[in-house]
Design a protein around this ligand. Structure first.
Ligand code: NOJ
Length: 867
């Protein structure tokens, strides 16, 4: 015990005190904590009791089935665990993704996570989660593979930042936890992914990037993160989602401090399960598990999809083997199974399944009848696999539209160009320019997970995408609205400037010019972008088209749709660019939302969920080179200074800061008031609640002969994963296993100081201050506005902090001349920093500045808290 502590401290010193992250490594942390011991609510307690009772009745092989995937394309969902026929339990169905049910029909294409983040509207964040949850439930899927709060958005060009909620841990934490609650309140399970520091696509998986000719790549990229950034930035949203009861977490492909995400004992055993008190189960990202015993001892509970890219996987029969021969203690398998079932009961999957039955869709085609085992269609029976259940509701349509429209960010609006009013502005003719305004010739669903970009951008590509049931096209919606007032409409969707383009751009009273920038998941390259974007420029000659329009006409409204920050510098200051709207992937109502804002049907209220820089070099770059030894290292040298924190710290002026967004109305903040919400503000955390006694389940290992494939058993195909082994001899120990350093099987009897409850020490979540501020809509339009609260922490040499950090936001809708009082609750954790020396959270003495206002750089009110 003492030696493992010393190792941990030494490792910690290497990571934190060293001047660089060059030799970052991840200390061992064992054993994997048994679930159900932290102080949680009655619902978790009851779920644990039921789970333990259930698992106590299972055989070893049944527990293996419960925790192992059956293999790629062996079931209807993107991942499925094995069945337990004795209890009439079909496999658990895992389905992408974070913005709706992937790869099926008659579902809503919700706006992406980044778009929900951009609304800064908590109510919508919850309702979007609820809408997605209801549709998964209707399709009979059990686990929603979302929300994503990793990536954090540290890298502006990271391929999947649009799946998550924006480049700030607090925003991601609020949006992530409300999404989880919305989803799980509807009897399905959310999955918080990707744990953790999965900031870029390049080199996340070796096979994937070797395919792109990085033949020297030997291992997955290592995200090297210091301890303070790990807590204050990357783990923060996961803590919030655990606090909200998320049932499952997906470990990521990348290494963290040189240990793979799905076998990193420090992150899974220590941070997630011990410190953050996570009582659900950890599932691997697909093929992200690269070891058997090591991963299981490090805290992985469920392996997906089962096989390892076409060869037998690490669990299934191998899990049977490792438990039978004693390498993995049986209690660990029990814990894997109990955690899975506890989360299952916690979200009410037992009841949902009773009502809905199993999945009624099929991820591998939209055919009604198809191969039951798509992995091997030739040997498979064919059955009805798609029942084409329509799960769209009025509620989901309303929320999908509202999220899209509330997310639109008005960046520039000279001389009240917007909203367009054809009568008062004497507009007789309008031209729509740029291919991003138009319908893609291939339809709304680019073949293979939205892996092309040929028209309007409504979603990025990869597993976080969806098949749209329809797609509202900006050009159509704008034309329709224009014709209501007899305005003539012309267009040019070419990607090059031509005489015809010039004519169209010159002869109108106003041009609406569209441009986009897309990205996605690393398994697919689109226009030479290998997941991550190659640069922050607009695609399809966007800058040239915008500039040309500005040369030809004095009134141009630009609409930029992008997965992340883009470079606007080539034209943003041009006097003929009169207005600019910025939109992130808006889902199926993209066109309608844009048109409604342009014509004043909705007063824009979205805020940038990241900073738009003036220079591409101001962003944290993507690591794109494989070093000589083949093991890419990605040192997160910016530490806690991500996005606006870095710009503020370096005093660098961005083009548009985090939180920025204009309105058609004028707004005023006044009367800030800060008052304590608790009598006792201790600067250190109280001792964590004591842990419940570890449970044990009476079970006996079966006879080895029972673990061998039954005689004459008919395998459905060679790659289907079964719990049985072929060869009995491996079930007996043969030699000793090289356990990792620090390995132990003795459960800890106390929590870590920062632990003890779901999301960490319960005292972290106590409200300690209340901040109030008045907000007035000074007219002339009705509209919504976001009040943002930032804290400036006391500075010290030991613990320097960014000048400001988001710690609250509230969005309200007001009519002209209406005033309301915004109220923000500051919790203990909102004032705390992670003290790397005491390995706990602490509140510093000194002056905390409290800012309330319109954006991270426009904070109209200031007050302070002295501690
Ligand atoms: C890999 C992706 O990283 C993950 O987000 C997704 O859920 C799985 N594939 C399943 O499609």
């Amino acid at each position: 015990m003492l030696s493992s502590l010393l190792i941990a401290i030494a490792a910690f010193a290497t990571i934190v005190v060293g001047s660089s992250l060059d030799h970052a490594w991840s200390p061992p942390y064992y054993p994997s904590p048994l679930g159900g011991r932290v102080k949680s609510d009655d619902k978790w307690k009851e779920s644990y009791e039921r789970a333990r009772d259930f698992v106590a009745q299972l055989t070893l092989l049944e527990k293996v089935n419960l925790t192992s995937g059956i293999g790629t394309e062996q079931g209807r969902c993107v991942g499925q665990t094995g069945e337990i026929p004795r209890f009439n339990m079909s496999g658990i169905c895992f389905q992408d993704g974070p913005l709706g049910v992937r790869a099926t029909d008659f579902v809503t294409g919700f706006p992406a996570g980044i778009t929900a983040g951009s609304t800064f509207n908590k109510d919508l964040m919850y309702k979007r989660g609820a809408g997605i949850g209801q549709e998964f439930r209707g399709k009979g899927a059990d686990v929603i593979l979302g929300p994503a709060t990793g990536p954090m958005g540290t890298k502006a060009l990271g391929g999947r930042i649009w799946e998550a909620f924006g480049s700030d841990p607090y925003l991601q934490g609020v949006a992530g936890s409300l999404t989880v609650e919305g989803m799980q309140d509807h009897g399905v399970m959310a999955n918080a992914k990707h744990f953790i520091a999965n900031e870029q696509e390049h080199f996340r998986r070796v096979s994937e990037y070797r395919k792109y000719n990085f033949t020297d790549l030997e291992s997955e990229i290592s995200s090297n993160v210091d301890d303070r950034a790990m807590h204050e930035i990357y783990a923060w949203p996961f803590a919030e989602m655990i606090h909200s009861g998320v049932g499952s977490i997906m470990c990521s492909y990348n290494k963290i401090n040189n240990s793979l995400g799905c076998q990193n004992s420090y992150l899974l055993n220590k941070i997630a399960k011990d410190e953050l008190g996570f009582d659900g189960f950890v599932v691997s990202d697909w093929y992200g598990q690269k070891s058997g015993v090591a991963a299981v001892l490090a805290g992985l509970d469920v392996g997906m999809p089962g096989d390892d890219e076409g060869v037998p996987g690490f669990l299934g029969a191998n899990l049977t083997t490792m438990v039978m021969n004693g390498t993995v203690p049986e209690w660990r398998l029990n814990d894997m199974a109990v955690r899975t079932m506890a989360a299952y009961y916690y979200v009410g999957l037992d009841k949902t399944r009773e009502k809905i039955g199993g999945p009624n869709f099929y991820s591998w085609s939209l055919n009604t009848t198809d191969a039951v085992y798509h992995a091997d269609p030739e040997s498979s029976p064919y059955e009805v696999v798609n029942e084409h259940v329509d799960v769209q509701t009025d509620f989901s349509q309303e929320i999908a539209y509202k999220t899209a429209v509330e997310a639109l960010v008005l960046l520039k609006n000279n001389n009240k160009t917007l909203p367009l009013n054809s009568k008062s502005q004497k507009i007789k003719k309008l031209s729509i320019l740029g291919k991003a305004a138009a319908a893609a010739p291939v339809g709304p669903n680019c073949p293979s997970t939205q892996g092309c970009s040929d028209g309007v951008l409504a979603v990025g590509w990869g597993s976080g995408s969806i098949e749209f049931p329809f797609l509202s096209i900006p050009a159509d919606e704008i034309s329709r609205r224009a014709r209501e007032n007899h305005v003539s409409v012309d267009w040019n969707f070419g990607t090059t400037v031509s005489d015809q383009f010039d004519k169209t751009a010159t002869t109108s009273d106003v041009n609406i010019v569209f441009a986009l920038s897309d990205s996605g998941e690393g398994f697919q390259a689109v226009e030479d972008n290998l997941g991550d974007r190659n640069n922050a420029s607009l695609w399809h000659n966007g800058d040239a088209i915008i500039k040309r329009a500005a040369e030809k006409n004095s009134n141009n409204i630009v609409v930029v749709t992008s997965v992340g920050p883009v470079n606007l510098e080539r034209w943003i200051d041009h006097p003929n660019i009169t207005a600019v709207l910025f939109t992130t992937p808006g889902g199926q109502y993209t066109g309608q939302a844009i048109s409604d804002v342009i014509f004043g049907g909705y007063n824009p209220s979205g805020r940038l969920p990241f900073t738009i820089a003036k220079k591409d070099d101001d962003y944290v770059p993507i690591v794109k080179d494989v070093p000589e030894d083949g093991h890419p290292q990605d040192n997160f040298d910016e530490g806690i200074y991500i996005d606006y924190r870095l710009f503020d710290h370096l005093n660098k002026t961005p083009r548009y800061e985090f939180g920025y967004g204009l309105s058609y109305s004028n707004w005023e903040f006044s009367n800030i008031e800060v008052s304590p919400a608790s009598d006792d503000l201790s600067q250190s955390l109280p001792a964590p609640p004591s842990l419940a006694q570890p449970y044990s389940i009476d079970s006996n290992l079966p006879e080895p002969s029972e673990c061998v494939f039954p005689k004459d058993f008919h395998r459905v195909n060679d790659l289907y994963e079964y719990p049985w082994v072929k060869d009995q001899s491996k079930l007996t120990a043969n030699g000793s296993y090289p356990y990792p350093e620090g390995y132990s099987t003795v459960q800890h009897d106390t929590s870590l100081p920062a632990g003890g409850g779901p999301g960490g020490n319960p005292a972290l979540y106590k409200n300690v201050y209340k901040v109030k501020a008045d907000l007035t809509n000074q007219g002339p339009y009705k509209g919504a506005y976001v009040g943002q609260l930032y804290l400036g922490f006391p500075q010290s040499d030991k613990y320097p902090s960014p000048p400001k950090q988001l710690r609250g936001f509230e969005k309200v809708e007001l009519t002209p001349n209406e005033t309301t009082c915004l109220e923000f609750d500051l919790r203990w954790k909102d004032l705390a920093i992670w003290d790397v020396y005491s390995q706990s959270w602490t509140i510093q003495s000194g002056c905390y500045k409290v800012y309330v206002g319109s954006s991270s750089r426009n904070l109209e009110l200031v007050s302070q808290i002295n501690i």
